[in-house]
Design a protein around this ligand. Structure first.
Ligand code: HEC
Ligand code: HEC
Length: 295
């Protein structure tokens, strides 16, 4: 017994020293809440060690009493003591509570708020799909504009001009700096079927000429070096029917790829909108972006 108490005290001191070593500066701060928390931790250590000591002691020294049953299982006997009444009441109470829970309290097919919410969302979605099955261009643009104002304008600005260079100016397809950045570093974030855009497809004066040409909207004569790009983006830069991004304008394929995958680029990170916009809404924003470019 004495040995155990000494062991317990050593354990307490060790645990307290450990706690002090890790978080002792709590005492030095002006915040008395930290110091109280520390004292609480010490109290928990003392109480825990003494509780454990009490039960270890009991396991070691207590002897059971009562009348033994006749059976012996491999030398292990059993007392005929009645079960403690508190235990019995809780055991039966648990069974009663379980029956109440499943059959009266919360039967499985009962009303639930989550169920109601899901039903309403599904109902609304099917209504949306029916109503906007074949939207006209004007409808798409109008829908795209309102979606844009809610979802995109916080970064791209209400007029889509990109708020002080923090996000892309969407009235213009791409800037020269961005094209140079992509030529130098390559890019692999949009999930096109063609995969990644390799880095360093052009360098130096060639890269400059290409970037000026692409940022200028691919108008006029293409610089000779653009042939390196044309192999994937097409001679007109329009991405060969969605194999690679369209460099000339925001077409539906590009916008849906950006919305699905997000984009990390020279300006920053565009978050993915996967699951936040449905297909019609994605088409609508694309239609809206094409319409603002046209003006
Ligand atoms: C091997 C095929 C390939 C070649 C060659 C190639 N690209 Fe790309 N390019 C891609 C792919 C694929 C992507 C989309 C990458 C992604 O998933 O982010 C891309 C993306 C881009 C983008 C970014 C579009 C955007 O808005 O995110 C620009 C700009 C670009 N390429 C310009 C060029 C230029 C300029 C050249 C020539 C110097 C070139 N590419 C050569 C395949 C190619
Ligand atoms: C959290 C800010 C943020 C939000 C919200 C946001 N964007 Fe962007 N977006 C960006 C940034 C930053 C870029 C530039 C990425 C880069 O460096 O190329 C970008 C780029 C783009 C591009 C050009 C990508 C390319 O490859 O050329 C398109 C298109 C675009 N966003 C459309 C949208 C649409 C549509 C929405 C609304 C549904 C939207 N964005 C919402 C930050 C945002």
């Amino acid at each position: 017994m004495k040995k155990m108490v000494i062991g317990g005290i050593i354990l307490i001191v060790a645990l307290m020293a450990g706690t002090y070593f890790v978080a002792g500066d709590a005492f030095q701060s002006d915040d008395y809440i930290n110091a109280l928390t520390m004292l609480g931790a010490f109290a928990i250590i003392v109480i825990t060690v003494f509780t454990v000591l009490k039960y270890v002691n009991q396991i070691k020294n207590d002897t059971a009493t009562g009348e033994l049953a006749d059976e012996s299982w491999d030398g292990i006997g059993e007392f005929k003591n009645p079960i403690p009444s508190g235990w019995g009441i809780i055991f039966i109470g648990t069974i009663v509570w379980m029956l109440w829970y499943f059959f009266i309290g919360y039967p499985t097919n009962q009303f639930s708020q989550i169920g109601q919410y899901n039903d309403e969302v599904n109902e609304y979605n099917s209504k949306f799909e029916k109503q906007w099955k074949n939207p006209s261009k004007e409808t798409l643009e109008a829908m795209g504009e309102s979606t844009f104002l809610v979802q995109c304008s916080p970064c791209h600005g209400v007029d889509a001009e990109g708020i002080a260079g923090k996000a892309q100016d969407l009235t213009h397809r791409i800037s020269k700096e961005q094209v140079l950045h992509i030529i130098k570093n390559g890019q692999n974030s949009l999930g096109y079927a063609m995969g990644a855009m390799p880095p360093l497809m052009a360098t130096g004066a060639d890269a400059e000429a290409i970037a000026t040409f692409v940022a200028g909207g691919l108008k006029g004569e293409a610089p000779a070096a653009f042939s390196a790009c044309a192999s994937c983006h097409g001679p007109d830069g329009k991405g060969m029917n969605g194999m690679a991004p369209n460099l000339a304008e925001y077409d539906e394929t590009l916008v849906t790829h950006v919305l699905e995958h997000g984009k990390k680029g020279a300006i920053g990170t565009m978050p993915s909108f996967k699951g936040r916009l449905n297909e019609t809404q994605e088409k609508a924003v694309a239609a809206f972006l094409s319409s603002i470019k046209a003006q």
